[in-house]
Design a protein around this ligand. Sequence first.
Ligand SMILES: NC(=O)c1ccc[n+]([C@@H]2O[C@H](COP(=O)([O-])OP(=O)(O)OC[C@H]3O[C@@H](n4cnc5c(N)ncnc54)[C@H](OP(=O)(O)O)[C@@H]3O)[C@@H](O)[C@H]2O)c1
Length: 243
Amino acid sequence: MNDTKIALVTGANKGIGYEIAAGLGALGWSVGVGAREQTRRDEAVARLRDAGVDAFGVPLDVTDDRSVAAAADLIAERAGRLDALVNNAGITGGRPQQPSSVDPAVIRTVVETNVIGVIRVTNAMLPLLGRSASPRIVNMSSSVGSLARQSGPGGETTTGPVAVAYAPSKSFLNAVTLQYVRELADTNILINCACPGFVATDLNGFRGVRTPQQGAAIAIRLATLPDGGPTGGFFEDAGVVPW
Ligand SMILES: NC(=O)c1ccc[n+]([C@@H]2O[C@H](COP(=O)([O-])OP(=O)(O)OC[C@H]3O[C@@H](n4cnc5c(N)ncnc54)[C@H](OP(=O)(O)O)[C@@H]3O)[C@@H](O)[C@H]2O)c1
């Protein structure tokens, strides 16, 4: 079996996902650039290759069963296994998101991408992760999904704005992650949630204060954990995020 490590990063055509792909590539990994739109995907792969990354495009819409199944087939054919899955693709559902006036359709759309999308992709990739000697799953969450922080005294800088679709979707993702950790406890898969901090990307109209590269660092660390590393945790650069 080829020694080169293989990763799939979802939503890797821009923002934090792109920088996760670039960072893993700089470590010598071969990186599948999961992206739903062909031009954006091709451009990202070309930029990564120009930077010396062994990148390959993976057509992938996390809300589409057939797209996800085809992505697993593509990786199986190309590499025969997967060493790290970074579930990074995510949406906010836009603003405002006041609980008293939200359109339920917005909540469904956000959950379909941020939660069910992660389940769909993870389940399609588990057989490939099972063929890795040191498989890792990183779910890109957010500290706005921390119920401890939402209910604490921190103010909007730690909770984000009131967002009844986005913030609970990340709490839901955290809860789902722990169910995978429990089911897969007897395997060697390390599964963790990451918070990138408040990063300037399209997601927030570039209001974030960190660079996408800074935001990518925690996911790269969790994707490359040594054997015996933590599992079932929620981490940001500064350490553990409370659930
Ligand atoms: N930015 C922050 O401050 C921040 C903070 C905490 C957590 N996060 C999380 O970090 C992750 C990355 O966010 P970002 O800030 O880098 O945002 P971004 O620049 O908007 O990137 C989001 C990525 O997800 C992709 N995506 C969305 N829906 C998809 C779908 N159905 N199928 C496949 N790909 C899809 C987008 O693809 P398209 O280009 O095709 O739309 C894009 O590549 C998200 O999970 C987000 O919730 C971000």
